[in-house]
Write a protein that binds this ligand. Structure first.
Ligand code: ADP
Ligand code: ZN
Length: 525
């Protein structure tokens, strides 16, 4: 037998790259040797090669589970172009094409087969896999976008849950699960639901050091944006995100009037116009795309110099993904956002009034709270962002809070009261109830639970409800308390809470300018 080709050899001769990036080589070698892996790597980090190279190193066909038809198509085209025998099976194929792919699979002609999860789980397909296994031609399983298995995420796919049968049915076949979006909790959920508790974990840094983060208090957002563009990037490419289609169009038109070369993009525009704007953005220099979040997925433009948000994104993950489209070339880039308390009120209302179930609403509210924690933060933004992905980092020196530390008030005392109230009531209640206890409200629930008898009842009358809300959001955002999604948003203390409770740490919060205080009163409905 000829010696097996090395990973590097495959990388060079098939993919045309000279070196692995970051943890790729470790991952490739681990999986090629038959190990299970859970890979967390930011978008653009190079996840595909982590299973494509082992697929070519191992005997037989690698099965790649992917939820996105468009992505499957792109990946397979690229592989075929590189001379790899790859195909996909999903609902976009007609019967004849699907049969041909199945035939090739059966005959062992494929190195990689991309398949939608619902297809993988059909008895017919599993029979084919059994055949491959029995003839020693099942190379590995790759589970892309593994966070789709999380019931608490926005991309939940029920079919992903069934992937847990793979290790039972094919115990000797290595599995590699990959995702770019997973906070700590989601990570554990992936490991558990996919039965990858014992898999080796490869966690890459999510830091994008060349992106400077700035979040300003919203006053006249459009003018502030214009000032930012003129001052920092008068002739560079950028993306401006807005929440609504109408605002996209108005903002694009207004920017054009002000002499900025801007184009609108949202799902309501005719397909030809969308395609044309996208092509122009990619080809021409210095265009500003004003868009809803419909724009950006799969857009690979390395020299986007800034991403601006005129509205609050829906979650920290959304913020990270959207801002991550800036500075792919590694050169200095900026993420800029204008934020006001009215945005939060508006988004809360949208959640409250949506048709979604109560569980989903509660989750959406929690996600929003974590994001609000980031915008209200007084310390390094990057630290906050990375903490969300479970990473510890030193203050970065490349965000607004590092460069111009904001004015703060010492909230240590209030934070200690809040934490102690969480503890005294048994770490089983959400912020609303805890605030009632702190403020000494004899609500029905307070009386029912006897919480007018606990030592923290009424010790926090000096702050109003809104101030306590802000404080709890910050406690959540900075991970002094954890939210239990499975128990109705109940708050529990984390390890970080202890030093604060013992008086060994202080807790500072951003001082809200007078102007904003006035504005953030509940608007009339
Ligand atoms: P992800 O799936 O993590 O978002 P991809 O696998 O699509 O990332 O890779 C992102 C880009 O980086 C692709 O254009 C890919 O060709 C490139 N890339 C990945 N690994 C390497 C490498 N070792 N050397 C050079 N380019 C790489
Ligand atoms: Zn910083």
């Amino acid at each position: 037998m000829p010696p097996a080709p090395s990973a590097l050899h495959v990388l060079e001769h098939v993919f045309g790259y000279t070196a692995f990036r970051g943890p790729q080589q470790d991952i490739v070698e681990h999986v090629a040797a038959g190990g299970d892996a859970l890979v967390l790597m930011p978008t653009g980090g190079g996840k595909s090669l982590c299973y494509q190279v082992p697929a070519l190193l191992r005997e037989g066909t690698a099965i790649v589970v992917s939820p996105l038809i468009a992505l499957m198509h792109d990946q397979v085209s690229a592989l075929v172009e590189a001379g790899v025998s790859a195909a996909f099976l999903n609902s976009s194929l007609d019967m004849d094409r699907a049969r041909a792919v199945e035939r090739a699979l059966y005959d062992g002609e494929l190195d990689l087969l991309y398949v939608a999860p619902e297809r993988l789980m059909t008895p017919r397909f599993l029979d084919q896999l059994d055949h491959l296994r029995d003839t020693g031609r099942l190379a590995l399983f790759a589970i892309d976008e593994a966070h789709c298995v999380s019931q608490w995420g926005h991309d939940f796919r029920p079919e992903y849950l069934q992937l847990s049968i793979l290790p039972e049915r094919y115990p000797s076949i290595p599995r590699i699960a990959l995702t770019a979006t997973a906070d700590r909790q989601t990570r554990e959920e992936i490991a558990q639901r996919l039965r990858l508790e014992d898999a080796r974990r490869f966690v890459s840094s999510f830091d994008r050091p060349n992106i400077r983060y700035t979040i300003v208090d919203k006053q006249d957002a459009r003018r502030q944006l214009l000032g930012f563009i003129r001052e920092e990037f008068p002739s560079d490419a950028g993306i401006v995100y807005c929440l609504s289609r109408r605002k996209v169009e108005e903002t694009a038109a207004w920017l054009c009037e002000q002499g900025v070369n801007a184009l609108p993009y949202h799902a309501g525009l005719p397909a030809e116009q969308r395609a044309e704007h996208q092509t122009r953005f990619l080809r021409e220099d210095g265009l500003v795309m004003v868009a809803t979040i419909a724009f950006g997925m799969g857009i690979d433009k390395p020299d986007v110099r800034f991403v601006a948000h005129l509205d609050l994104p829906r979650s920290i993950e959304g913020y990270y993904q959207e801002t991550g489209r800036a500075g792919r070339d590694g050169l200095p880039a900026q993420a800029w956002m204008a934020w006001g308390a009215q945005d939060v009120v508006q988004q809360r209302r949208m959640i409250d009034e949506s048709e979604a179930g109560e569980d989903f609403k509660r989750l959406a509210r929690n996600r929003l709270d974590v994001l609000v924690g980031l915008v209200e933060a007084t310390t390094c933004r990057r630290q906050h962002l990375l903490a969300y992905f479970g990473e510890d980092a030193a203050p970065c020196g490349n965000c607004d809070n590092c460069l111009n530390p904001p004015q703060t008030w010492d909230a240590t005392d209030a934070a200690r009261k809040a934490l102690s109230c969480v503890y005294r009531t048994g770490q089983r209640y959400g912020a609303g109830h805890l605030i009632d206890v702190l403020r000494g409200e004899r609500s029905e629930k307070v009386l029912e639970r006897g919480h007018d008898q606990v030592s923290t009842f009424g010790i926090g009358a000096e702050l109003d409800e809104k101030q306590w809300r802000t404080l709890f959001r910050q406690l959540v955002a900075r991970e002094y308390v954890a939210v239990d999604h499975e128990r109705y948003g109940a708050l529990a203390l984390t390890d970080l809470a202890r030093p604060l409770l013992r008086g060994e740490a202080e807790f500072l919060m951003r001082l809200v300018p007078e102007r904003d205080k006035r504005r953030s009163k509940r608007p009339a409905r």
